[in-house]
Design a protein around this ligand. Structure first.
Ligand code: NAD
Ligand code: UDP
Ligand code: UDP
Length: 338
């Protein structure tokens, strides 16, 4: 039977997005009341449609750059476009979402005494010179490039979290998320996993940016959500930052070959220019997560996770097919297609 004393009122910002929708689902399953706040920039009501009739779920359209007055016990702050195509579409809004959004959510947490978790990113390490990346590494980030609105916005949000912690004694958790994939990724978000799978399913060329030797470490969404929930439940003296991700590291060429094999596609590889400031390598050191998150470790390997993601994308790859947005200079980028 459900323990009603353990029921918390939890706010998830960006809750209608890819990760946010899985998190809402998990928190509802754990017996909590969930308030999902989203401005639907890259997220979609469809992602939480199955939760709308649930008595403990509530959806609110709201932009976190504006103040929000609600009463909650915990806040997961995920609101922010995450794919380079989407966050570079309106870079000023991206920085505002990270910075003003963090200030508002921290102000809210301060007023109601809520515990607050920030969805930070491996992008705080930039194009790293230390490999794999431990939390103690301060990163190598270009402050004025096309990725900076996201990277520096997230770095500033971390600063705000730690200053509210030191100055106002807020209970904070900062998790640095490494590339995560799975069902409900936006099919046109331009991220490598969604791009490759959609291209393979449509029999189009698989677009390799640069020579394809750059690496990423891909975590399946269920593993990531488990780590986030565990991070929120750590003792009050644990603030992070803590890396969460899967240390399995793959080149983009290896990923393309895996996707072609798993889909049985006839697609060929096609080379495209490498976007500016694209990190050459990325792999999390997850020693701290293993220790602090009660022995957490990712369990889903890339082939299994890709299989599940391919099954999901088969459902959205049916005609009419929307064009995949390509990475272009900000002024020339069209609005994301839903
Ligand atoms: P996503 O784009 O699917 O989700 C982001 C959500 O935030 C969307 O629903 C979007 O509509 C919403 N949003 C954007 N701006 C908003 C605003 N101003 N007010 C309210 N809502 C707003 O991306 P995701 O992959 O689910 O990422 C979720 C969070 O995790 C982001 O903060 C992202 O930076 C972080 N993250 C994700 C990854 C990853 O690989 N998926 C890696 C590192 C960090
Ligand atoms: N805020 C909010 N909800 C609240 C409390 C505060 O959105 O319940 C916002 C408000 O816009 C405020 C910001 O959070 O400006 C920061 O709050 P804080 O108390 O830290 O500073 P203030 O600006 O109020 O002095
Ligand atoms: N990438 C690629 N082809 C694509 C999309 C992306 O080769 O169609 C590359 C991209 O240049 C980067 C890597 O894949 O090196 C991961 O890109 P993504 O946008 O998914 O994430 P991020 O760069 O933010 O880690």
């Amino acid at each position: 039977m459900r323990n009603y004393n353990a029921t918390k009122r939890i706010l998830v910002t960006g809750g209608a997005g890819f990760l946010g929708s899985h998190l809402c689902e998990r928190l509802i399953a754990d017996g909590h009341d969930v308030l999902c706040v989203d401005n639907f920039f890259t997220g979609n009501k469809r992602n939480v449609a199955h939760l709308l009739d649930h008595p403990r779920f509530e959806l609110m359209r709201h932009d976190v750059t504006f103040p929000l007055y609600v009463e909650v016990n915990e806040i997961y702050n995920l609101a922010c476009p995450a794919s380079p195509v989407h966050y570079q579409y309106d870079p000023v809004q991206t920085t505002k979402t990270s910075v003003h959004g963090a200030i508002n959510m921290l102000g809210l947490a301060k007023r109601v005494g809520a515990k607050i978790l920030q969805a930070s990113t491996s992008e705080v390490y930039g194009d790293p010179e230390v490999h794999p990346q431990p939390e103690s590494y301060w990163g190598k980030v270009n402050p004025i490039g096309p990725r900076s609105c996201y990277d520096e916005g997230k770095r500033c949000a971390e600063t705000l979290f730690f200053d509210y912690h030191r100055q106002h004694k807020l209970r904070i958790k900062v998790v640095r998320i490494f590339n995560t994939y799975g069902p409900r990724m936006h099919p046109n978000d331009g991220r490598v996993v969604s791009n490759f799978i959609m291209q393979a399913l449509r029999g189009e060329d698989i677009t390799i940016y640069g020579d394809g030797s750059q690496t990423r470490s891909f975590c399946y969404v269920d593993d990531l959500i488990e780590a986030m929930v565990r991070a929120m439940d750590t003792p009050d003296d644990f603030t992070g930052p803590v890396n969460i991700g899967n240390p399995g590291e793959f080149s983009m060429l290896a990923l393309a070959e895996k996707v072609i094999a798993l889909t049985g596609s006839q697609s060929k590889l096609a080379w495209r220019p490498l976007p500016a400031d694209d990190p050459k390598q990325r792999r999390p050191d997850i020693s701290l997560a293993r220790e602090a998150l009660k022995g957490w470790a990712p369990e889903v390997d890339l082939a299994t996770g890709l299989d599940r993601t391919i099954a999901y994308f088969k459902g959205v790859a049916q005609p009419p097919i929307e064009p995949v947005i390509s990475l272009r200079p900000a002024a020339d980028v069209t609005r994301p297609v839903h």
